[in-house]
Design a protein. Structure first.
Length: 95
């Protein structure tokens, strides 16, 4: 079980705007993630600064899950350079 506390999303080349981050136990290979069908960690509304510092989305409380969902709140292409997830497994910090 993974308790997710925050996400670091690095955007260095492509523009990114209006997205949400969540956690689920259901593999995206089995079922495509849909808003409302996974535990929401947080949202970012607005344009992420091009070549700016990493953006951190922090969950307000621990969320148990196996898969992380990063999903646009609209239409377009989602392109991320790097995503880092920090959490705990059985009480031990895990990256």
């Amino acid at each position: 079980m993974l308790f997710v506390y925050n996400f670091l999303i690095f955007v260095t080349v492509y523009l990114l705007r209006d997205f949400q981050v969540g956690v689920t136990e259901i593999s995206p290979v089995i079922e495509e993630p849909e808003p409302g069908k996974y535990n929401l960690c947080g949202k970012y509304v607005g344009m992420v600064e091009l070549n700016g510092p990493p953006l951190t989305i922090e969950c307000s409380e621990p969320i148990a899950g196996r898969y992380v969902v990063v999903q646009l709140l609209g239409f377009g292409k989602l392109r991320l350079d790097e995503v880092e997830v920090y959490g705990e497994v059985n009480g031990e910090t895990n990256e």
